[in-house]
Design a protein around this ligand. Structure first.
Ligand SMILES: [Zn+2]
Length: 427
């Protein structure tokens, strides 16, 4: 066990210490404010304070973790151990790694006044990670690796057990079918917008619907023994960007039922549900009825995240995990971390039981936002996977059935997915 001395403790400090020690290091930890207990302790000791203590590894504290409000912070990045850091303090480690990790993982800056884009999303350009050029790194995991090395050098027992690298694949099913099972308005509208023989042949049952890739995916997943999570958009009416096949359509509920038997599934809450939690509940209930099980996983359609409302709504409706933590405009580590963590609600200043599963790579970002070719997109995926493995993290990626369709704009993208799922990073 590691003992941490601090003159005053807080929920924030307890939260980040639990994350770093229990979840990254898999090591027991205790915080004490008792100097006599700290002095008498024979194991690995860390002093987290503005003043060092004898015979203890010293991490100089800033004030962030001892505050309970949300207020703009001075972030001055500097070069540190071949990477970057902020909250510099005069101490053994060189900066306040607890406060800096807390600031990034809680998305502290997203609670401060900020710009949103047309989709109501926080713009990544404002983030500390983007502005200081470390959005492509799970920098918290990198800091933790250095911390582990330095703690191991203290000559005391420290049982750092790295997590196993695990790639996690996930799908958002926004449009389960391209042409079939749509409403009459959508079908007629579609013909006017984009008249095509392909559409006609699909509707006449002479060709497979291009987005109907589920059997192909299932074979692939069985062959490689992987279990992606499928998130279903089941808005009960089509409105704006909620263009899903309605869950009342037989083909849609059959598809969901089939997947619920084999895969982990989750709700992809519609845009309508963001401003109306009755709609969120109704969508959850529809999915639960089809899946015949409680639905505990969620990922927001268009990754709409409003702090703290979105997660509070999920908790209120008994969701246990959210997979929305990533940007819809660029690939990278939005929370600067490559593994799941519990959500800390900054407004209530408390840790919660909602598990956040951050993703760092999405097919649509690579294609629409970063304008990558398929080869470049695969290279980008591999780079992220390699970084995640180097830090013993988890690589979560987000895909869409449209991209697997081999249709139109997406011709060939199924090969990117095939190669991503078989990629094994070499250290
Ligand atoms: Zn979506």
């Amino acid at each position: 066990m590691v003992l941490i001395f601090t003159p005053k403790t807080s929920r924030r400090l307890q939260y980040i210490v639990d994350f770093i020690f229990n979840e990254v290091f898999n090591e027991a930890v205790k915080i004490t404010i008792n100097t006599a207990e700290f002095e008498a302790f024979d194991g690995l000791k860390i002093c987290y304070s503005q003043q060092a203590q004898p015979n203890a590894f010293y991490i100089g504290a800033t004030s962030l973790l001892f505050e309970a409000n949300i207020t703009p912070q001075q972030i001055a990045c500097f070069s540190w151990q071949n990477t970057k850091a902020f909250f510099k303090t005069n101490c053994h480690f060189g900066f306040d790694v607890f406060a800096a990790s807390f600031y990034l993982i809680t998305r502290y800056e997203e609670y401060l006044p900020h710009q949103t884009n047309a989709y109501g999303q926080y713009q990544h350009q404002q983030s500390t990670a983007f502005k200081n050029n470390f959005l492509q790194l799970p920098i918290i995991n990198i800091w933790c690796q250095v911390l582990a090395q330095q703690l191991q050098q203290q000559g005391k027992y420290f049982s750092y057990t790295p997590n196993n690298f695990t790639p996690q694949f996930t799908f958002d099913v926004d449009n389960a079918f391209a042409f079939k099972h749509k409403s009459i308005t959508q079908t007629i509208g579609g013909f006017f917008k984009n008249p095509s023989m392909y559409r006609l042949l699909v509707l006449l049952g002479l060709k497979n619907d291009p987005y109907n890739v589920y059997n192909y995916l299932h074979q692939l997943h069985q062959q490689h023994n992987i279990k992606p999570v499928y998130f279903w958009l089941v808005a009960q009416q089509n409105l704006g960007n909620d263009k899903n096949i309605l869950p009342t359509k037989k083909a849609m509920w059959q598809l969901i039922k089939k997947h619920a038997k084999t895969y982990n599934i989750g709700l992809h809450p519609s845009i309508q549900s963001n401003t109306n939690i009755t709609i969120l509940l109704a969508e959850k209930e529809v999915l639960e009825e089809l899946a015949e099980m409680p639905i505990i996983n969620s990922r927001q359609h268009f990754l709409q995240l409003q702090w703290p409302q979105t997660y509070q709504n999920l908790i209120m409706h008994n969701f246990e995990a959210d997979y929305s933590m990533g940007y819809g405009t660029i690939n990278g580590f939005r929370a600067s971390v490559a593994q799941p963590f519990y959500w800390f609600n900054l407004v209530n200043d408390e840790s919660t039981n909602l598990r956040v599963h951050p993703f760092c790579f999405m097919d649509a970002n690579a294609f629409y936002e970063e304008k990558l070719t398929q080869t470049q997109a695969l290279e980008s995926y591999k780079t992220f996977a390699t970084i995640c493995q180097q830090v013993n993290g988890q690589m979560c990626s987000l895909w869409h059935n449209e991209f697997i369709s081999n249709y139109n704009l997406f011709a060939g993208w199924h090969q990117v997915y095939e190669q991503a799922i078989t990629f094994k990073p070499l250290l």
